[in-house]
Design a protein around this ligand. Structure first.
Ligand code: BGC
Length: 768
């Protein structure tokens, strides 16, 4: 855990330039707009340690697999989130020496990520040969015009006159640090200058034929007044630039505005990319920096209007939750059903692929409650569109139905560690669970007719072919799996996996009945198309009824998997500090033999299926499993926080909340330099709203059972539920619910029902 940033309710502030931790700050200062994004790199050259990273949603590279020992069935490639053209670069020369924070003497360094308005701002004074120069930089990735980035770079000499050269450029000569064979993934296609004067660069991925065109142009201002200028344009392989020289008197300011548009053949035909990129650029430049900035800020206002969470009395907690909400909105906005939420978003390269079970088990909850219904629906449709790949994937493994990939970009599996690719099949259950979760939350049952039932049927077919019948146990068993706790491989009967499989079969049968009831015609079409019959459903029902669930008799709890109790059970608190995290200090086989749990496993099931277990049962499971958990996945603290809050373990819930919400801000896992943990940020939101707020949906009604950490004065959050925008405010004395928008709803607070309507009855307040 590190002390990296100043605590502030809306800002992430870095007050000292810190070369050692530069990569961490670059990750922390990442920004994006769901369509593209970038790390918090500097515009000017920097010769110190840095990971320059710009990423475009959905543009990836199938890097040839690299494994020590090839196993049949491994995918040929491991998808790489593709580092693409460096868009923000502006070389700066001051009296002919190059500005480089690694070599200059710096004073008054200040950098801020402003979450409320979505921009990064930087200022510093550099001194060289007794001359001081002040630099102020502002940058935003527009939330309004998704193809635009704008930068304003101000330079003011403080002690003497100065010659300044600005060299803004686009650089396509970019490599992924995590490339398996040190390959360069891009080819240059075109570069040059449009008639309007803008510079462009079109690059193409060496595989898959993605084309990206970036176009840039500049404006120059002296003391706020726009100036004509002559620029020296030049271009070289994968590189285009302009050069502007200005002579400045002391205390006068030169400002360079750099406008960059980025278009790709995901949305525009290859032939039109250069024209389209330039059109967007020209019209944005006509609008001008200030208006573009204002429109961008207005979009962020709208986002916060629906999704803000306010904490009173605990700035650390406040900053944490806003940071998580901010980054989630930078990563995914739900406009394109082909996109998804990568574990690192636009903040780094690690974790090939964009989609893990993280989306269905975690992220969807955030979007369900804070965005229009369509956004969560898009996430489900994404998987629907990949159904054929999932069927092929199951077939390759000699199984029936559909097995969704553990990691994917386009539906194909692109992960290749056997214990994950072949064994972590619980992901299939999370995809079914997300459909259930979406229907439960939105009531949009038509989704089942249109898409959901088909996905569920194919997933159920997979489970039915993956189980085996154990004569000894007289039960169905699932052998050779890895559960969410990846510190156990190739285990038999992971309780969570078995539970999900049995639940999924049962739920699918209910859905089939529901479809029949809602629309007989649709049912007949589905039945004929997927050719299921009573025989098949009978088998499913038999499996669901007779699944083996490992059980620890003397403790009265489920066993994580067969044989778990043969381990020497010692708590994680007995581990010496210097052994932590164990995944960086222990051999893999030692981890596998240990009782230590990476992330919620049985407890993930207790959370998913919370209605099926009493508080007393949940408590017994939590008390046994949490102390064994090392929380070495970013996805771990949040689920434990939710359960701890429900069980009344206030201190534990609070600690875990801080850990999940500040995981990156304080670099808890010592890995923020690689990028942010975007998917676990949705988990942070869940710990707040599902944990402290106690939000659940039961029988079509919103249920709340709020608790408040003792060091907080109060908190409030907003959620969308069935076209109603509701604000929930909690203090130690009261719980207040306000209908901000919508027709009204019935709501359950601590088991009592209340009604909110939009005529007169918009607010209710009860004692806490
Ligand atoms: C976790 C997985 C998760 C992946 C991506 C791993 O460390 O164990 O559950 O899907 O990270 O976030």
């Amino acid at each position: 855990m590190k002390d990296l940033i100043c605590i502030d309710e809306w800002k992430i502030i870095q007050k000292n330039f810190d070369k050692e931790n530069n990569r961490i700050y670059e990750s922390l200062m990442s920004t994006g707009n769901g369509y593209m994004g970038m790390r918090g790199n500097f515009e000017e050259s920097y010769s110190g340690d840095s990971l320059r990273g710009s990423y475009v949603a959905g543009i990836y590279y199938p890097d040839k697999t690299r494994v020590g020992w090839w196993k049949n069935g491994y995918p040929d490639y491991f998808a790489k989130v593709l580092n693409s053209t460096y868009l923000i670069g502006i070389k700066i020369f001051l009296n002919d020496f190059e500005l480089d924070l690694n070599t200059c003497t710096i004073k008054d360094f200040y950098r801020e990520l402003n979450m409320k308005e979505g921009y990064i701002k930087r200022s510093f004074i550099i001194s060289k040969d007794n001359n001081e120069v002040k630099c102020d930089v502002i940058r935003f990735v527009s939330m309004d015009i998704k193809d635009m980035i704008c930068i304003k770079y101000d330079i003011t000499p403080l002690s003497d006159d100065l010659k300044v050269s600005f060299i803004p450029y686009l650089d396509g000569d970019v490599r992924n640090e995590d490339s398996n064979y040190d390959e360069i993934f891009w080819n240059e296609i075109a570069r040059g200058f449009n008639d309007s004067g803008s510079a462009y660069l079109t690059v193409q991925t060496k595989k898959l034929d993605f084309f990206v065109t970036s176009t840039m142009d500049i404006k120059l201002f002296l003391d706020g007044h726009q100036r004509e200028f002559n620029s020296d344009d030049s271009s070289d392989y994968m590189h285009v630039s302009k050069k502007v020289d200005v002579n400045l008197n002391k205390d006068h300011t030169a400002s360079l505005e750099k406008y960059v548009s980025l278009v790709s053949n995901r949305y525009t035909s290859k032939e039109d990319l250069i024209t389209k990129g330039n059109e967007i650029l020209i019209s944005s430049m006509e609008t001008g920096f200030d208006s573009l900035f204002l429109n961008h800020k207005n979009k962020w206002d709208e986002i916060w209007e629906d999704s803000d969470i306010i904490v009173e009395g605990d700035l650390k907690a406040q900053q944490g939750i806003r940071y998580n909400i901010f980054q989630l909105n930078c990563t995914y906005t739900g406009e394109d059903e082909r996109l998804n939420i990568g574990p690192k978003g636009f903040s780094g390269e690690k974790y090939g692929g964009a989609t893990y079970w993280d989306t269905e088990a975690y992220c969807i909850n955030f979007y369900l409650s804070t965005a229009p219904e369509k956004v969560a629906r898009q996430l489900l449709i994404y998987r629907y569109r990949h159904l054929n790949y999932a069927k092929e994937n199951a077939k390759k493994l000699g199984l029936k139905g559909a097995l969704y990939p553990m990691v994917t970009m386009n539906g194909e599996e692109c992960h290749n560690e056997w214990e994950i690719t072949f064994e972590e099949i619980h992901r299939n259950g999370a995809i079914a669970y997300a459909i259930f979760n979406y229907i439960r939350y939105t009531g949009d049952k038509n989704y089942l007719i249109e898409y959901g039932a088909e996905v569920l049927i194919e997933i159920s077919r997979f489970w039915a072919s993956r189980v085996s019948f154990s004569k000894r146990k007289n039960k169905y068993v699932i052998l050779g799996v890895t559960g969410p706790n990846e510190y156990e491989n190739n285990v038999n009967n992971n309780w969570y996996t078995n539970k999900l499989a049995a639940w999924c079969l049962k739920y699918t049968m209910e859905v089939i009945d529901l479809v029949k009831e809602m629309d007989e015609n649709a049912y007949n079409i589905l039945k004929e198309r997927l050719s299921f019959d009573d025989e098949e459903l009978k088998v499913w029902s038999d499996i669901a009824l007779h699944m083996h669930f490992p059980w620890i008799d003397d403790l009265g709890i489920f066993e994580q998997q067969d044989g778990f109790m043969d381990k020497e059970i010692v708590p994680a608190s007995s581990l010496p500090k210097e052994d932590l995290p164990i995944n960086q200090h222990w051999s893999w086989d030692r981890i596998l033999r240990s009782p230590f749990i990476k992330q919620a496993d049985v407890l993930q099931g207790m959370y998913f299926f919370g209605d099926e277990y009493s508080i007393c049962e949940k408590k017994k499971h939590f008390d046994f499993y949490e102390p064994l958990t090392v929380h070495e996945s970013s996805l771990s603290p949040c689920v434990h926080c939710i359960l701890a809050a429900e069980l009344g373990y206030e201190e534990k819930a609070y600690d875990l909340y801080l850990r999940t919400s500040r995981l990156d801000l304080d670099d808890y896992n010592n890995d923020t330099s690689d990028g942010l943990h975007i998917t676990s940020m949705a988990g942070t939101w869940m710990s707040f709203v599902h944990g402290f707020g106690g939000l659940r949906v039961k029988n079509d009604l919103l249920n709340l059972s709020p608790m408040i950490p003792s060091n907080w004065i109060g908190y409030s959050f907003r959620i969308m539920f069935r076209n109603n925008l509701v604000k929930i405010s909690v203090t130690k004395e009261s719980i207040e619910i306000e209908l901000l928008n919508g027709k009204g709803l019935k709501i359950v607070i601590f088991q009592s029902e209340y009604i909110l309507t939009n005529n007169g009855n918009t607010k209710l307040r009860i004692k806490n």
